[in-house]
Design a protein around this ligand. Sequence first.
Ligand SMILES: [Zn+2]
Length: 257
Amino acid sequence: MDAALKPVILTYHSISDGRTPLEISPALFAAQMEWLKGNARVLSLEELVALLVKRSPMAARAVVLTFDDGFRDFHAAAAPVLRKLGLSATVFLPTSFLGRSNAWPGQPSWVTPQPLMDWAEIRELADQGFAFGSHSVSHPDLTALNATELEFELEKSKREIELRINRPAEFFCYPYGRWKADVRAAVARHYRGACSTGAGVVEPDADPYALPRVDAHYVRSMSWFRRMFTRRFEAYIAARRTIRRLRRQPEGIYARA
Ligand SMILES: [Zn+2]
């Protein structure tokens, strides 16, 4: 396939008017979704991973929408726009913080605590067709855990989501984008795929357990957002990745403090 048409998995956190890298305003979000509706094919994460695993040709101009941390504003601000446009999305939940806030230990100091959805809201959205995956129980750096602790984070979060929404939770998202070989292997025993924060478009041979994503913060300018599926867009995202590596910053914007 044309290199410039590779799929893009977008990462959102909060859809609100704050000014941190975690926040995309409702107006900008609506404009981005309108553009995707007319210019991209929005697939579910399940559909994209199925194509990768089968080594099937990738759908041109494919986009997957993911939302990390389960912010309450997904229910209030994002879901109505997605429903109106008929776009699917996957939300990754840190199960022990639901109904509370994102004030977990290790949060960078610039993050303002914001409320997360509760199970009633999540159940309502699941009934409307939104997909939910695990973002662990307690949002730890999984690479710092022992095998028992790791198993707990992977198994308990999956079981609780499935019990609460009565549907499978087949995908995982590494907190802070942090993983290594034994973490990946444990995730692969429970899930069908996992998202990282390593910035990039999805290559045809991408590892389904370390899927690269493009953080919405990197493309908050509509002029960059509209360049999606071009070589310039790929080069721009690759440059953002390189800059973080040169600065020895972890992948993604949501680095652990
Ligand atoms: Zn997170």
